[in-house]
Each structure stands twice: as structure tokens, then as C-alpha cells.
Design a protein around this ligand. Sequence first.
Ligand code: SF4
Length: 246
Amino acid sequence: MPRRRLWGVPPATPAAETPTGLVRRARKMHRVLAETYPEAHCELDFANAFELLVVTVLSAQTTDRRVNAVRPTLFAAYPTPEAMAQADREVLEGILGPLGFFRAKTESLLKLSAALVERYDGEVPPRLADLVTLPGVGRKTANVVLGNAFDVPGITVDTHFGRLARRFGWTEETDPVKVEHAVGALFAKKDWTMLSHRLIWHGRRRCHARNPACGACPVARWCPAFGEGPTEPEVAEKLVKTEARR
Ligand code: SF4
């Protein structure tokens, strides 16, 4: 059984927490994460909404670093939806090869860019309802694009965000859309995009799926999952992934 920390200050557990207490605790944790990670941002490189849409689709089942590595070649060859829709399949597969699942990803990009050309005059639509109708685009991708290319607040529930929201006791939901709504209700809408970046940043650097660095965690005192990873500072510090160690 993971060790659980008993706080000296009530509420001792999220189960005993009032809705107002939960909002206060969640916002306090967010403020501390904001101070801890002032540089948090979307880790995918992009120059415009089309690029962000494409690289977000490509980031499924691979790392942002790998996607960033293929991006210059990809957009040098196909800078617009029109160009990408007419891409030679084999050439595109060759560019996407390092990402894995390159045949499926090639198919996704061909369909996505064709839909942009046919239905939106080659422009990325700035509305969630439109974005999610595009091939291969779900709410997660749509919210990334809205928040980072259009400044429309959005919560991005990826694997890190969902895991952390549950560890933090912000929600027990596992369905990403339910997590999005439950966590969204705890914060002002204007904070949603940066909240997403900071949770994902924390998940990638400290609050790992296995062996979270609890003993080196700035939000440990408000986290009911404290103890899921090593609590000894010297041990935990070694688990922290810095930019150099990522
Ligand atoms: S690292 Fe540990 S204490 Fe920090 S948020 Fe994750 S589970 Fe909680």
C-alpha cells in the first residue's frame, strides 16, 4: 500500500474536503506550480495554427522531441494544407518514418489536410465544434490548438493531466472529457491553458507515472498521493528530470 500523508491542518483527506476547500487547495497547488515552472509552455514547436494542428496529431504515441525533429523537413515540403493534401504518400511516409506508426500518420495527415482544404478553405477553424469534426482530431488536440494558436482557453487532458488530477484529488473521473469538465469547474476559464501546461510539465519532470519524486515535490503538502513515490529528498531528487536530464 502506498504511504499516505496525514496533514496536520484539516481537511486531512480530500474525502473530508468541502467543495470550497477543494477549489482553494486546487488553486493553491496551481499557484505553486506556476512559481515552480515559470517557463511551462507547449513543448511542440509550431509557427502557425496549421503546424500546431499537424504536430499535435503526430505527437500521439511518440515524444514531442521526435515530432519537433521531423517538423522542419515536414513543413519545408508541405507548408500549407493545400500542399500537404497533394503530398506523395511515399515521400510523406519517409518523412514521418522516425515517429513510428508512419503509415497511419501519413493517412491522418492526408485526410486532415484534404478536409481543411475542402471544408475550411485551407484555414484551421478556431472553434472546438469545428475542430473535432476534422479527421483524427479529438477534444485533446482541439484544445491544444485553441489554447496555443487562438488564445481560446482550453484544458488538455493527456495522460499526464489525467493522472495528476486524480493524484491531486481534484477528481476521481477517468474519462478525459469528464476530467476536463471536473477540473475546469475548479478554475477560472482564463487559467485553463496554462494550468494544462503546468500539470503536464510537472508530470513529465516530477510526478511520473511510476516513481513520482514525492520527496522533491513543491506541491507535496497539498497532495493526498504523497508517498506514492520516494519521500526521502535525496532519493526523490534523483528522479527529477531537468531539461538536461530529459
Ligand atoms: S510527486 Fe508525489 S507529492 Fe508530488 S504531486 Fe506527484 S504524487 Fe503528489
